[in-house]
Design a binder for this molecule. Structure first.
Ligand SMILES: Nc1nc2c(ncn2[C@@H]2O[C@H](COP(=O)(O)OP(=O)(O)OP(=O)(O)O)[C@@H](O)[C@H]2O)c(=O)[nH]1
Length: 381
């Protein structure tokens, strides 16, 4: 099971659904009165059931979240089946007005695609449109007349065009949404995930039973990166970032989650991984980077990385705590000379560190790092 980057949130579908529900209730009541007066009991009965179902469904929809559809597709399919059932039965009752009545059939593809998406929309439209076309064809009183074939062809073509346009609209909409979501979740430079989804991916992974006690968060920071930028320019710095990201991807599994969480800082979430195994991987990453001679547009460059890691849930139950723990270890790796992996501190601090002391710690950390930078040697081309 793979966590999804975006939970199902779709304001457009929710808006269409609310509008369609309102319309079905208002129009439904009018049609019920007309059909009762005309003694069309089957149709009136079906419309009563549809309006009651719509009211219940509207309550369910409004109780779910404001931004998420949050309702199972079964609800929508059942509701649309009732509405389309009314259209089909109405068509069989229409007599001389059958052609006028067919305008309602045109709503089938539009509603199906807007509310159910490309795949389910196609399935429901195929079934509902076929039933309506058959009803239209079979209930005609003059099946051999030219008029009959002309109206059948007209209806079929008009329905086909509405269907095709609805399909194209939904297919393009889904494609555009997918592209936008992909872009929003990725760091444009390295192609890795950005930190936008770190929390949600962590939450989903920690819910999977197979990851119980076996999830590791690793923070990786390029050593002396500021010096690389200062000496060789931002473009070379960018090339280094890309090369390090590529190295991380080469050494990790498809199931691992790689993020670029800051300027020259990366994070890896390793699902189903015991800490000992994660330490071995971290050491492999450190060695691989130390041994790699990177070819940049200005020549070759060698650089190293420092790594801090922490294990969930033993070393932090919440992402915030786990991240802080890994960051403390990363900082320790930097202070101990860089090009190191630290997986546990000398004096393990308590998980309930107050935010104030953490803030002080971070300030201290930044100052110490700046001092360290001035003192120590820097990488060279
Ligand atoms: N080229 C490039 N540089 C970036 C980017 N984002 C942040 N930086 C730079 O990354 C540098 C980070 O420097 P520091 O946080 O001092 O870290 P450092 O020099 O690696 O020092 P240590 O981490 O202590 O080894 C800063 O100079 C930022 O300007 C980016 O996207 N591209």
């Amino acid at each position: 099971m793979k966590p999804s980057l975006w939970e199902e949130t779709d304001q457009t579908r929710l808006t269409v659904l609310n509008a369609a529900q309102n319309f079905v209730v208002i129009a439904g009541v009018c049609f019920i009165l007309v059909n009762l007066l005309k003694a069309q009991w089957l149709l009136a009965g079906l419309e009563i059931v549809t309006v009651i179902f719509t009211l219940v469904f509207a309550c369910v929809t409004r109780r779910s979240s404001n931004t998420s559809l949050g309702i199972s597709h079964r609800w929508i399919i059942s509701w649309l089946a009732l509405v389309f059932g009314c259209i089909a039965v109405g068509l069989s009752y229409a007599g001389a007005f059958r052609a006028n009545q067919f305008v309602w059939v045109m709503q089938i593809p539009m509603l199906s695609y807007l509310l159910l998406g490309k795949t389910r929309g196609t399935q429901l439209t195929s079934v509902a449109a076929s039933i309506c076309m058959l009803t239209f064809a079979l209930t005609n009183k003059q099946p051999s007349s030219l008029e009959y074939f002309a109206s059948l062809a007209n209806m079929g073509m008009a329905l086909g065009i509405t269907w095709a346009l609805s399909y194209l609209y939904e297919a393009k909409r889904e494609e555009a949404i997918q592209q936008l979501q992909e872009q929003a979740a990725r760091d444009p430079l390295t192609g890795l995930h950005n930190r936008l989804h770190l929390e949600s991916i962590f939450q989903q992974l920690s819910r999977y039973p197979m990851n119980k006690h076996r999830l590791v968060l690793m923070l990786i920071d390029i050593d002396w990166f500021k010096a690389i930028n200062d000496q060789y320019g931002h473009d070379i710095g960018d090339e280094v970032l890309v090369k390090v990201a590529e190295m991380l991807q080469r050494h990790t599994r498809n199931t691992d989650w790689l993020f670029r969480v800051g300027g020259e800082e990366f994070c890896i979430i390793l699902p189903s991984t015991p800490k000992a195994e994660a330490c071995v991987l971290a050491e492999q990453l450190r060695k691989a980077q130390a041994q790699e001679v990177m070819t940049t547009s200005q020549g070759t460059l060698e650089t190293t990385i420092s790594i801090g890691l922490a294990c969930w849930p033993t070393e932090g139950k919440k992402l915030e705590t786990l991240y802080r723990r890994a960051d403390q270890r990363l900082y320790q790796a930097k202070r101990s000379g860089r090009n190191q992996v630290i997986s546990q501190e000398d004096n393990t601090s308590s998980e309930s560190t107050s935010s104030e002391s953490t803030a002080q710690e971070n300030t201290l950390k930044r100052n110490t790092r700046e001092d360290d930078n001035r003192e120590q040697s820097k990488p060279g081309l």
